[in-house]
Design a protein around this ligand. Structure first.
Ligand code: MF3
Ligand code: CO
Ligand code: CO
Length: 262
């Protein structure tokens, strides 16, 4: 397995794509309201990436994926396809996953939004646990540690809250390719025994379920749902391993004071 070590020039370009992706998530926040269709949200993101950022959506046409961002509502775990007949309603939870291609380099990030003011405490805790599990993993990253510690950290935290970690989808190296080595598992596994080194760039993107961890692929060939129909939440950041620890390349303004020791 070859995990690419990125040089300064590459890091600069990946960082730019990551910041563009993060800005799409900041931009879309005010449109997340009951009654809006997921198709409309997709189109707003698309127009922003293309017309304002002068960049490209990496998902549009990727292995035939038909939309510019992934929009995953409630029991959809990931890779949700927006639809003009799918309308957000009070209490829904929504993940928007944005991957931007700019200047030949990729940046990938996602976050949860809640629709309206009311969601149950349990649902809020699910979303918060997905986010905190990502932050906990970020906090342990530094050169010299085993990659496996990421998955261990996430799984331990998520299961301590009585939620479950999806096994079938993982984080990934990223740069000149949308998905490259290594695979970043979000649970404890002997699969990847590699040591992190400064200059590695990869995503961490835990998907966690309120019920059991089992998921299935629906017959559109993309949409992944929880088998037991319980809610699922996901947060994703693109991370650079550096000499001090790591840098969150897709950080949003609201997180500046938040990604500290939790
Ligand atoms: N952005 C997703 C990830 O985090 C991949 C989406 S691929 C798509 O890796 F085709 F579903 F868009
Ligand atoms: Co990703
Ligand atoms: Co993504």
């Amino acid at each position: 397995m070859t995990v690419l070590i990125k040089n300064y020039e590459e890091i600069k370009k990946i960082n730019k794509s990551c910041q563009l992706a993060a800005q799409v998530l900041e931009m879309i926040k005010k449109y997340i309201k009951p009654g809006i269709s997921t198709e409309k949200l997709n189109n707003i993101c698309h127009d922003y990436i293309v017309n304002v950022q002068k960049a490209k959506s990496a998902t549009l046409g990727y292995k035939g994926f038909p939309k510019s961002v992934c929009i995953s509502v409630n029991d959809v775990v990931c890779h949700g396809i927006s639809n003009k007949k799918e309308f957000l309603k009070y209490g829904d939870i929504v993940n928007i996953d944005v991957t931007v291609l700019n200047n030949n380099y990729y940046g990938d990030t996602s976050k949860m939004f809640v629709v309206g003011d009311y969601v149950s405490e349990k649902t809020k805790l699910l979303c918060l646990t997905a986010q905190k599990s990502l932050y906990k993993a970020i906090n342990i990253i530094k050169p010299g540690i085993n990659l496996n510690l990421i998955g261990k950290t996430i799984q331990k935290y998520v299961e301590s809250k009585n939620f479950s970690v999806v096994r079938e989808y993982c984080g990934h190296g990223i740069g000149k390719n949308f998905h490259e080595e290594p695979q970043i598992l979000h649970y404890d596994s002997d699969y990847n025994k590699i040591i992190l080194r400064s200059g590695m760039i990869f995503t961490i993107e835990p998907m966690i379920n309120l019920g059991k961890h089992y998921v299935y692929l629906t017959n559109d060939g993309w949409t992944v749902k929880t088998q037991d129909k319980t809610l699922s939440a996901q947060y994703e950041h693109t991370i650079l391993v550096n000499n001090n620890g790591c840098e969150v390349l897709t950080i949003r303004k609201e997180e500046y004071n938040k990604i500290i020791k939790i």
